[in-house]
Design a protein around this ligand. Structure first.
Ligand SMILES: Nc1ncnc2c1ncn2[C@@H]1O[C@H](COP(=O)(O)OP(=O)(O)O)[C@@H](O)[C@H]1O
Ligand SMILES: [Mg+2]
Length: 450
């Protein structure tokens, strides 16, 4: 018989007499609160219902290797017994794929040499549900979809070095409406792709340039050249074929987890990855919003900082995805490097910084893993970090992976050590590739000496 020994600080959840630590014992058990000694649980939706915070979204900060992906993986895995499903919206390094495979789910892979296509302007579940909506609901849905897509196209344009103007946005919105068939009296929605949008801009019909109040087609073409050419580059650039054709896979919404693995895309460069994340983010938010199975869902955007680097529009597009999300039964998790990531898009006090701060306000739960420098001063106030908490992220949290300060709105932060099971450690071992491969295959009992 095997005997396990542990201190009551570690198995606090089994010992009934330990004092509570302020956060309810609901949802995923993450690890232990190093100050109180009790177990620390996370269930963002329950937190909202119990009025501990105002929204179920989370943002995770930390330098590479601190344990961000592992804690997100553990959270979603430990939420599964409660019926919570997950969509990983762009797994840049293929880090979630071992977990999916262990659960018997095949990740959707996008990239070089693969045949999977995802239409960036995919209507997802909206097409099927359209006819069942009343006019008011249809109007509302379409405004949301077009708002998201205009933001997406503007972000893609900015990634290619062109900043879309207000007029460009108005024109894009008109073109999208026309292509969708919304102007025809809301009968049905037509599926559209980016090459079609480009075609409309490059060959504007009279109705379009008149509606956009241009004097002639010539004037329209001259004025919209920037946005038109940018979209054209997108169709022929390194992402050609990936996001501009009809979606050719079905997402199994009943699976406990789904993921879009982008590992094979990395060879196409950082820019391509960032653009891909932007497309996936927009698509995932819309698709999960409309999924009517009543299930609670987690949407993970790991490495979202790569997307933020594209500039203001990309940050705005993340912001729009969160803000336009009308579904409360959804937990969005953003993973970034530094709290200042969204701030790098502009000077202090600028519109950019305002948006970045808004973005943080849209995420009630902030998980701060180790940082070698202080949290950017503009944000200390927004995070309501006191000196001790700030020191915890630069000192204590740096000492071991899995340590983080969990701040739920303005409540005092919890110093939590995440604990992984041996299976989780194996599945989330992102350093596996760095280890020398054993000369002999591992023995039959699977022991690798780790
Ligand atoms: N709580 C933990 N306990 C032990 N090891 C951990 C823990 N969290 C992460 N690790 C290990 O640290 C390494 C980096 O973790 P990872 O989650 O990939 O970090 P990040 O996403 O911040 O770059 C991995 O090999 C992982 O197995
Ligand atoms: Mg990671």
């Amino acid at each position: 018989m095997t005997t396990y020994r542990a201190a009551t600080t570690e198995i606090g959840g089994l010992f009934p007499l330990l004092a509570a630590n302020g956060m309810p014992a609901v949802g995923a058990r993450i690890g232990y609160d190093t100050l109180a000694g009790g177990a620390f649980y996370c269930h963002p939706v329950e937190w909202v219902l119990r009025k501990l915070c105002t929204n179920p979204n989370m943002v995770v900060f930390g330098e590479p290797g601190r344990g961000k992906t592992s804690v997100v993986g553990a959270l979603l895995l430990r939420m599964m017994p409660f019926g919570v499903k997950t969509l990983v919206s762009g797994d840049v390094k293929g880090e979630y794929s071992p977990l999916l495979r262990e659960l018997g789910v095949t990740p959707i892979e996008l990239g070089r040499g693969l045949r999977t296509r995802l239409n960036a302007l995919d209507l997802g579940p909206l097409t099927a549900r359209w006819a069942g909506f009343g006019v008011a609901r249809q109007r509302e849905e379409i405004a949301g979809v077009i708002g998201r897509w205009v933001m997406l196209l503007a972000a893609l344009a900015e990634a290619a070095g062109y900043r879309a103007t207000v007029t460009d946005e108005m024109v894009l919105s008109t073109v999208l409406r026309t292509l969708l068939g919304v102007t025809d009296g809301y009968s049905g929605l037509r599926p559209i792709t980016i090459p079609q949008v480009h075609h409309e801009l490059a060959h504007p019909d009279q109705r379009l340039w008149r509606e956009a109040r241009f004097a002639s087609a010539r004037q329209f073409l001259d004025h919209c050249r920037g946005i038109t050419d940018t979209l054209s580059n997108l169709i022929t650039g390194p992402l050609a074929g990936l996001f501009d054709a009809d979606t050719n896979f079905d997402l199994d919404w009943d699976a406990p987890i789904q993921s879009m693995d982008l590992e094979r895309l990395r060879s196409r460069g950082d820019q391509a990855v960032a653009v891909a994340l932007t497309c996936l983010g927009s698509w995932s938010s819309m698709a999960t919003d409309l999924q009517a199975d009543g299930d609670l869902r987690i949407v993970v955007r790991d490495e979202v900082w790569r997307q933020m680097r594209l500039g203001l529009r990309a940050v705005q597009s993340v912001d729009a995805d969160l803000r336009l999300s009308r579904k409360d039964r959804k937990i969005q998790i953003l993973v970034m490097h530094k709290p200042s990531d969204p701030l790098t898009v502009g000077a202090a006090g600028s519109q950019e910084v305002t948006i970045a701060k808004d973005l943080l306000a849209l995420c009630s739960t902030r998980v701060l893993f180790g940082q070698s420098t202080r949290v950017a001063s503009e944000l200390t106030e927004d995070f309501a970090l006191n000196e001790k908490e700030d020191a915890a992220t630069t000192g204590w949290a740096m000492e071991r992976p899995g340590r983080a300060l969990w701040k739920v709105e303005n409540r005092p932060g919890y110093k939590v050590q995440a604990v992984l099971s041996s299976i989780e450690r194996r599945l989330f071992d992102t350093n596996a590739q760095l280890r020398p491969t054993p000369a002999r295959p591992p023995s039959a009992d699977g022991g690798t000496g780790r």
